[in-house]
Design a protein around this ligand. Structure first.
Ligand code: 3PG
Length: 213
């Protein structure tokens, strides 16, 4: 079990919003909308050119939220996200070179796993909290139960197809630390600056987590 305080923050929150940011200006109000709904972590994915600047803005201007970099897929991105202020990093898969680069940053890293071989590599690297990705497409709750059987030392953040409707069945598993997903921040809500919707979805998700714990 990890003792990283950042991973403990993700687990305490229970839900990790996976966000795609196209315009830097939305980063701060979006983070504030999540906070207003009780979510104090944000995974900003490196899928758009604005992501790095958005991460920097959130890290600098919204100290109450834990800035996490997502979709880190190359070793070079490790130092870049650290310099932008990320306090933890998530990847969709496992790579030895990203593992080494992440080690150099000293930041906690959640590699993505969906097979037993991925899990063996994560265990060997001492990366004991992993993103289970893509969760629903990799067998969902029964898939994760079967996958995690041989790896009692691993904890998971299932992501991919997770929503308010199924997060409870994941969080009910003792090996699940938290779940991740984009449903908390719909693209159209961001485009239309509909922060009330983000706050409402966040509140609903946090209420569900509280119910289950
Ligand atoms: C991710 O990268 O974590 C996924 O794209 C999130 O999956 P979702 O959109 O199904 O929540």
């Amino acid at each position: 079990m990890s003792t990283d305080p950042e991973i403990a923050r993700l687990a305490a929150c229970g839900v990790v919003p996976v966000v795609v940011i196209d315009e830097v200006e939305v980063a701060v109000p979006l983070a504030e909308a999540l906070l207003a709904g009780g979510i104090d972590v944000i995974e900003i994915t490196l899928r758009r050119p604005a992501a790095m600047a958005a991460l920097e803005e959130v890290a600098r201007r919204v100290p109450a939220i834990l800035p996490v970099a997502g979709t880190v897929v190359t070793p070079a991105q490790a130092a870049q996200v650290r310099d932008a202020g990320a306090r933890a990093v998530v990847s969709p898969g496992f790579s030895e070179s990203v593992d080494a680069a992440m080690r150099a940053t000293g930041l906690p890293w959640l590699p993505g796993v969906s097979t037993a071989s991925d899990c063996m590599r994560a265990v060997e690297a001492g990366r004991l909290t992993c993103k289970f990705f893509p969760a629903e497409q990799s067998g969902g709750v029964p898939g994760l139960k079967a996958l995690s059987g041989p790896f009692p030392q691993l904890r998971f953040c299932p992501t991919g197809g997770v929503s308010l409707a199924n997060l409870g069945s994941y969080l009910a598993l003792p090996q699940v630390a938290c779940v991740g997903g984009s449903w908390l921040v719909p693209a159209d809500a961001v485009t239309s600056r509909d922060w009330a919707t983000v706050t409402r979805l966040s509140r609903e998700a946090r209420a569900k987590v509280a119910e289950l714990r």
